[in-house]
Design a protein around this ligand. Structure first.
Ligand SMILES: C[S@@+](CC[C@H](N)C(=O)[O-])C[C@H]1O[C@@H](n2cnc3c(N)ncnc32)[C@H](O)[C@@H]1O
Length: 378
């Protein structure tokens, strides 16, 4: 528990955790660690693939940097782009990408997957470069050191754009990057180096406006090399929400309990933002982000800690308060990943890949608009 606790609260949590471990061990004595996915849920009621229907190949290629567990990659693939390659430093992320898409060119690990040492000229001719440079330097969960932070990878993203000269690029980051505090960082590190070469747009998207059953905001920078393509750019419009638009009402927001297929309850809203792999203690198997979020999870009767590798394990030892314990697949669903997408690694590694990702339906919405701007001009 990373939050301020009294000694008495801490003792209580510790005792609960010990009892929970004992129940888990008792369960595992009779079941294998690799028990097949099963469970007592009524069955998920949201299929994220419905939020991003597979579009025909659009004849455009995309190169993915800082690919993580593949959120942006999936969105671009479903929007009809042909995958050129992915570059990601963590081996476990590379394993996820290769296991799900054996035909993809995936560069991963310290030797082959470090964006800082890639000679990008070999990817010249690619139509779109996309990526989410690590966001700790700007995240409110971090110290917001920006350019001074050694994890600032924007210079390498920009170097890739300058070396490959794509027709467009898409870069994603945490909303903190649009704070006034980072205005000069954005100007000096993103806008100035591309000046004269690219017209750059910046905007925020909320994943729940695109049907994802989770509150999650992200900022996007989209750049076009040609002024004509830039003139055709239109930001993605929400598909889900509470208001009527010119074109009719939006679809109702998807809520967490309903999406997970849990019985109806008085309180069901979009899930709080799932913890990103870079906040809180490492190796945790929880997705809890804040004290305020705990109230919402509690209200919905969903337990955001002790996520399990499979639904059957999660169902085998419900938490003492009787709330629904989640599996990795449940968290992936709340992030908008297709149910066929599998994450490699231990539970904490899978949650890290999920929590760090761009929700695929939001990525899809951006990728579609980029393709529209590029294709209309041909
Ligand atoms: C915010 S996550 C990207 C998530 C991804 N865009 C998605 O949608 O799933 C940033 C990723 O950058 C990776 N990364 C950090 N430093 C890197 C480097 N030097 N080279 C390549 N990847 C790096 C991290 O391992 C992490 O997976």
């Amino acid at each position: 528990m990373p939050y301020d606790l009294t000694d008495e609260q801490r003792d209580r949590y510790r005792a609960t955790s010990v009892r929970s471990q004992l129940r888990k061990q008792a369960y595992l004595r009779n079941h294998s660690e690799d028990a097949p996915v099963g469970g007592i849920k009524l069955g998920q009621r949201l299929d994220p693939e419905d939020l991003m229907p597979q579009l025909d190949q659009n004849g455009l290629t995309s190169l993915s940097l800082f690919s993580g567990g593949g959120g942006l990659d999936i969105g671009f693939e479903r929007a009809g782009f042909a995958h050129r390659a992915s570059v990601e430093i963590l081996d476990v992320c590379g394993e996820t990408l290769r296991a799900n898409r054996p035909s993809w060119e995936v560069h991963s690990g310290n030797l082959d997957g470090d964006v800082r040492s890639v000679a990008f000229s070999k990817f010249r001719g690619v139509d779109v470069v996309h990526g989410g440079p690590p966001c700790q330097p700007f995240s409110i969960a971090g110290k917001q050191a920006g350019a001074a932070d050694p994890r600032n990878m924007w210079p390498d993203f920009i170097r890739c754009v300058l070396q490959t000269k794509p027709r467009a690029f898409v870069a994603e980051n945490v909303p903190g990057l649009l704070d006034r505090k980072f205005e000069s960082f954005v100007q000096q590190n993103i806008i100035d180096p591309l000046a004269g070469g690219y017209t750059v747009f910046r905007f925020k998207l909320s994943a729940h406006d695109f049907g994802v059953p989770q509150a999650r905001k992200r900022v996007f920078f989209v750049g076009f090399r040609s002024k004509k393509d830039a003139a055709r750019w239109i930001e993605p419009a929400p598909t889900h929400g509470d208001v009527a638009t010119l074109f009719g009402p939006l679809l109702p927001r998807n809520t967490a309990r309903c999406a997970l297929g849990l019985p109806a309850s008085d309180f069901d809203v979009v899930a709080p933002t799932l913890r990103s792999g870079f906040t809180g203690p490492r190796n945790t198997t929880g997705v809890l982000n804040s004290r305020a979020a705990l109230k919402i999870w509690n209200g919905m009767g969903i337990w955001p800690n002790g996520v399990q590798s499979t639904a059957s394990k999660a169902a085998a030892y419900p938490p003492e308060n009787g709330h629904f314990r989640m599996s990795v697949a449940d968290c992936a669903l709340l992030q908008g990943f297709p149910s066929s997408w599998r994450f490699s690694g231990a539970v904490y590694q899978a949650l890290g890949q999920i929590g760090n990702s761009v929700c695929p339906p939001a990525a899809y919405a951006v990728a579609r608009q980029v393709a529209r701007a590029l294709k209309d001009g041909e």
